[in-house]
Design a protein. Sequence first.
Length: 238
Amino acid sequence: MADPKKIPISFNADGVRAILPNCPGKKTHTRRVIKPQPKSKHGPVPGDCISQSERRGIFSIRSEGEGVEQYENAVPFAKADAIEYWREESPYGEPGDILWVREPWQSMTSTVFMNGRFPVAYQATDARKEGHGPYEKVWHPPKDMPEWACRLWLKVASVRVEQVQDISEADAIAEGIGVSWSGAWRNYATTGKPRYILDPRKSFETLFDSIYASQEFGWDANPWVWVVEFEIENVGRR
């Protein structure tokens, strides 16, 4: 049996806090937009009949009445088979693989551990220390975190593909959306009120838009996403 792959995955500070133990709204799922989106000559794929182009990762629709010559380099197959193909192409591995989490961080270079590694601070749990003592005022983005600084390791439980609006209420809660003491869900919209709303799917919609709307992959566009389910494998630097 092959050893599990180790794959980096980035989360912002809110996402990390939602994953860490003892979080009231435990995060066990993450949805990541497929890039590039499956598309045809007529725009993004919305249909039930999908074709796989010879170019990996690009898909097209073959609608009723269209000439086969338009898709001479494509092999038509059912939507369910296409979804299985996408799952196999997942950049987030397969069940049993390990995701090492990249998060906003900084290295405190004024001191050194006995083993020679720099101590690391994490915005998700150390934000109050920002600018005090050895802590800097600027956090490095997740993409710049090296593996040696990682303190959160996740094991992939499952990977699937769906359009974001297919999310169920239970899965929206599993995305770690914030919850108030009264049981209402956080509104992640940067403008407007209320701060909390009653529908968990609507809460996730505002969270998704806060990340992807500026990239033109917002909720209303209903993009195809990787759905990665995970569990904590280890907390602490290795």
